[in-house]
Every structure is written in structure tokens, then in C-alpha cells.
Design a protein around this ligand. Structure first.
Ligand SMILES: C[S@@+](CC[C@H](N)C(=O)[O-])C[C@H]1O[C@@H](n2cnc3c(N)ncnc32)[C@H](O)[C@@H]1O
Length: 188
């Protein structure tokens, strides 16, 4: 995604997006919410994986919304609903978002309320990206209490880079990926 416009905190690295989306188990026509969408990189990759996704990309930062809008235009994402606002508010107040299949949570402010709303709206699979241990612990505790916790990963990627005609590896910052599933999916 070399034409993507960047902002602070985004885009999520391609390898992290790949693992995160593989855990979401998206299907054609699913309703997918990208919460804390930042640059929109996750929505763009999700739209390439499945046909006819109904995507809601939400961010509380106006800079993120402006950047995602430009990136969606560049990558010709026409069916995405880009919404400026805090996730728990938008999900509660937007009557169009009445049920949700899959959720990617890249912005974890108000994570407990967001998780409750997602479950109320029937979410099947959700993935959280976090860089802070405290966020991981908080989200895992809440997900365990709600019986939707599936697994947590610590993803660390290094890229080969030239040095004196040979190759060394430079690490990206590690990311925690927390996966949740509805009761029916956990029992499958
Ligand atoms: C790490 S960045 C997300 C990066 C994004 N996945 C990308 O590829 O560009 C986190 C974003 O989440 C947003 N955010 C955090 N908590 C939020 C919330 N509760 N509601 C809406 N946006 C939120 C921040 O404004 C920020 O843009």
C-alpha cells in the first residue's frame, strides 16, 4: 500500500493487518466495523479479501477521518461508511449499525463499553490491536468476564535490511493481538 497517506499511529503494519484479519474470519457480505480506523488501512485490506462487505470505519480524530477519506479515494473504496466520533457513541447512536459480524479495534479508548456494545449487536469475531500491556490486561479481563475471550498473541516482526553488503534484521515495535469470539463461535 505504497500510496497510503500516513498519520501518527498509523497505518497498522501490513504483517499485523494480515494476522489480525486472518483471525477475524470475514465472509462475503459481512458487516465489518473498523474502530479507530486511523488511515483506513485495515478497511482497505479487508475490502480486498471479501466481496460486498458493509464497512463502517470510525475514528474520533478529525485528522484520521481526513486521511482515511483520501486513502479510501485513492484505493477506490466506495461502499465504506466513514464516521467521525468516539466508537461507543457512534455504535450506540447510529441506527444503521444494528448488527455487526466482525470488528477490528485499533483504538482502545473506552474498550470495556465498546466490547459490551459489540456483543449486544451480535458480533461473531473481534480482534483488538494494542501496544500497552495495561490495555491487554484490561481487555482480556473484560473479555473473560463476558465469556468471549479466545486467544492473545504477541507479534514481533523484523525486516531484513542491508548492512555492509550483507543483511541484518530490524524489528518493528511488537503488537499484542487479542481475539474474541461469540459463544457460538467459541463452541464450534
Ligand atoms: C493506532 S491508531 C489506528 C491505526 C489504524 N488501524 C491504521 O491502520 O491507520 C488508533 C486510532 O484509534 C483512534 N481511537 C482510539 N480510541 C478510539 C475510540 N474509542 N473511538 C474512536 N477512535 C478511537 C485514535 O484516534 C487513532 O486514530
Amino acid at each position: 500500500m505504497s500510496n497510503l497517506l500516513y498519520i501518527s499511529g498509523g497505518p497498522t503494519k501490513p504483517e499485523v493487518i494480515s494476522v489480525s484479519l486472518s483471525k477475524l474470519d470475514l465472509h462475503d457480505g459481512d458487516t465489518f466495523v473498523d474502530l479507530g480506523c486511523g488511515t483506513g488501512a485495515v478497511s482497505i485490506e479487508a475490502s480486498k479479501m471479501r466481496q460486498g462487505l458493509k464497512i463502517y470505519a470510525i475514528d474520533s480524530r478529525s485528522e484520521a477521518i481526513d486521511t482515511a477519506a483520501q486513502n479510501f479515494e485513492t484505493y477506490q473504496l466506495q461502499d465504506v461508511n466513514l464516521i467521525h466520533g468516539e466508537s461507543s457513541k457512534v455504535l450506540t447512536e447510529n441506527a444503521d449499525i444494528d448488527s455487526i459480524d466482525c470488528a477490528f479495534i485499533g483504538g482502545t479508548k473506552n474498550i470495556n463499553q465498546v466490547l459490551e456494545i459489540l456483543v449486544d449487536k451480535g458480533v461473531n469475531n473481534l480482534v483488538i490491536n494494542a501496544v500497552r500491556m495495561e490495555t491487554v490486561v484490561k481487555a482480556m479481563q473484560k473479555m473473560r468476564n463476558m465469556d468471549i475471550f479466545d486467544e492473545v498473541l504477541h507479534l514481533s516482526v523484523s525486516h531484513g535490511t542491508p548492512i555492509a553488503g550483507e543483511t541484518m534484521f530490524k524489528p518493528d515495535n511488537p503488537v499484542y493481538i487479542i481475539v474474541g469470539k461469540s459463544q457460538s463461535r467459541l463452541n464450534q
